[in-house]
Each structure stands twice: as C-alpha cells, then as structure tokens.
Design a protein around this ligand. Structure first.
Ligand code: GLP
Length: 240
C-alpha cells in the first residue's frame, strides 16, 4: 500500500485525476472502476477538464461502477446512475453504452447480481477508484462482509444511512438497501486508488492503513492488494 498525504481536497483531487489519467493514456482499451460520493467529485471535474483540453480521451474507455441504491434509477437525482451522468459522463467524450452500473430497479435481483458479476468478469478493472465509508466500508460492503463476496444486495447499516442522509431531504428517504460490487471483485482490479478527505474519515483511514486485517473493517483487505495507492488529505491522515 502506497500512501500519499496531501494538504487538502483540491490536491487530493488533482493527484487522483493524474493517476487515473495515466491509466487511460497507457491502455488502448482501459476499464475504469468508478465510485460515487462527495469524495471523487473534484477528481471527476479535473478529468473532465483534461478531456476538454485534449489531454485525454475517453472514447475507448469502459467503466464499471461500484454500487447503486435499491429502488432508485436514472429518474431519481439521488441515484448513482444520475450522479455519474451529472458529474462525469455528460462532461466527457465517453460512449454511454460503455458505462455500467448495477441496476437498482431489477425485477429479479439474484439475476441482476449474476449479470453484474459476469460483466465484471469480462471487464477486469485496470484501476478501481474507491471512497471510504466512515465505518470502513468500500462500495457498499458494510462491516462483516466476507472478503470473498461477489456482487450482492446489502442492508445498509444505521451509520451509513445517517452519513448518506445529508444528501437526501430527510433520513426517511434514504434507501435501506443497495446492490454492490463484492470485495472479491474489487480486489481483482489491477490497481486500486483510495481517496479520502476530512477528519470524519481519519479513523477509517487509520484502520485501513494500520489496523488488523479483518472483515469487521472491509477497507483493511486493501493491505493485501499488490498495487493499492491511497491519497488522503491531512485531516483524513490525522491518525496515521
Ligand atoms: C457511499 C458509497 C461509497 C462511498 C461512501 C463515502 O456509501 N456507497 O462508495 O465511498 O459513501 O462517501 P463520501 O465520499 O460522500 O464520503
């Protein structure tokens, strides 16, 4: 695990974008594993800027996202499919047919999980971007998720529902379930990039970098990844 500590969110976003841009430039058909949340928004802005000024192109890029809320689709501005269009896909030259998220409105979620796992099998990520839940979750893999998990449905923990309620008009509106890429499928990415910013992530960052590897804190599994880069700002690095 390689850890970079930078001054602030702006620098984290810049470094994150440079690492992803390098992957895009050095592969003829790159597969990017993408994440949602407040953390990667700045990185996505910088990637869109690099695209605008011709430094990189997403024409040959395919993407796979980590997760989606159960019950939400592109018509909901809280869905992750909406988030990705708003924050990245509508701002770059990617073919939207090459972008993939698990569906939050599948008729049969067992089938949807199998479909998404097969898609991931056929599209191994060259890099997987991750944010961190304050409880150490990655994607929506909550504490206790087995390290060999594949795409599955999760019941969100109270702490995640509370953390994510800031983006909804009230806590009752936060979906109680999500569909997420499994930990095994995250670990299969050739490279992993974790971004974290702010004091509320400091404990999760400490556990991820220095804690005992345990399913009680999903991010600790990343200590076993052969090429994991962590970029955190000073506040998020306060305990390491
Ligand atoms: C959500 C997402 C995660 C994300 C986490 C942190 O629960 N499922 O993928 O990493 O929130 O979000 P934020 O970046 O907003 O702190």
């Amino acid at each position: 695990m390689k850890v970079f500590i930078v001054d602030n969110y702006e620098q984290m976003s810049q470094k994150g974008a440079e690492i992803i841009a390098d992957v895009v430039k050095s592969n003829s058909n790159p597969v990017l594993g993408l994440a949602t949340g407040s953390t990667p928004i700045g990185t996505y802005e910088k990637l869109a800027e690099m695209n605008r000024c011709g430094e990189i192109s997403f024409k040959n890029v395919r993407t796979v996202n980590l997760d989606e809320y159960v019950g939400l689709d592109k018509n909901s501005d809280q869905s992750y499919v909406y988030f990705m269009s708003e924050n990245l896909f509508d701002k770059i030259d990617i073919d939207k047919n090459n972008t993939n998220l698990p569906s939050g409105i599948a008729a049969d979620f067992d089938e949807e999980c199998k479909r998404y796992s097969a898609l991931l099998e056929a599209n191994r990520q060259d890099i997987q971007l991750l944010g961190l839940g304050s409880n150490g979750h990655v994607g929506f893999n909550e504490p206790g998720t087995p390290f060999d998990s594949m795409t599955h449905i999760v019941d969100l923990t109270e702490s995640t529902i509370k953390d994510n309620s800031r983006l909804f008009s009230n806590i009752e509106e936060v979906p109680r379930q999500a569909i997420t890429m499994g930990i095994f499928e995250i670990m299969k990415s050739k490279k992993v990039l974790v971004l974290a910013s702010g004091r509320n992530k400091a404990n999760a960052v400490y556990q991820m970098v220095k804690g005992e590897i345990s399913e009680n804190c999903p991010a600790t599994v990343l200590q076993n990844h052969p090429d994991c880069i962590v970029v955190v700002d000073k506040d998020a690095a306060a305990l390491i």
